[in-house]
Design a protein around this ligand. Structure first.
Ligand code: S3P
Length: 171
């Protein structure tokens, strides 16, 4: 059985919330990539985007992924852009079980509109703009997300369904 799980998916898809619960149930460590990047750089995600730009942030994501690929018994909540940059998706598939938490644009919009987390890619946008951004970005990102070994409907019973998948000993 795998001892490394990567939760992937769009911003607001519940990777962190479900990831924490899943790690708890498995008695594994939980790691949030944005938090690790914060520790590595001493900056928040919005500060990194503002001071150094997106490309630098993507490099930090890859660096953090390097260290997480060495960890055992870990559930990782990845940032929404992680699978879509560098060779991250290939690397995650090479060293663990990737699970895409899939939600339709409407559900993502509701979650993002109610979220307190500041996300530089959505900052300053109206709800209408965010709706369009979700649709546009999903069109680009889903081909990467769909490379996950498992795709799970992000609406309900996410943790239980993941536990069922891994207990079937397929991974
Ligand atoms: C990003 C998603 C964010 C964070 C950054 C960029 C993205 O993480 O890494 O704002 O490119 O989709 P969440 O997916 O946890 O919101």
């Amino acid at each position: 059985m795998t001892n490394r799980i990567f939760l992937i998916g769009f911003m607001g898809s519940g990777k962190t919330t479900h990831g924490r619960k899943l790690a708890n149930k498995l008695c594994w460590r939980f790691e949030d990539m944005d938090e690790r990047i914060g520790e590595l750089t001493g900056l928040t995600v919005p500060e990194i985007f503002e001071r150094h730009g997106e490309e630098y942030f993507r490099l930090k994501e890859s660096e953090v992924l390097d260290t997480l690929c060495e960890r055992e018994k870990v559930v990782v909540s990845t940032g929404g852009g992680v699978p879509c940059h560098h060779d991250n998706m290939e690397r995650m598939n090479g060293c663990g079980l990737t699970i895409y938490l899939k939600l339709p644009p409407g559900a993502l919009l509701i979650r993002l509109a109610g979220s307190k987390t500041e996300r530089p890619l959505l900052t300053g946008k109206t709800e209408e703009d965010i709706q369009q951004t979700i649709v546009d970005m999903l069109a680009v990102r889903e081909p990467y997300y769909n490379q996950a070994k498992v795709v799970i409907d992000g609406h309900a019973d996410v943790v239980d369904r993941i536990l069922r998948v891994i207990s079937q000993n397929k991974f």
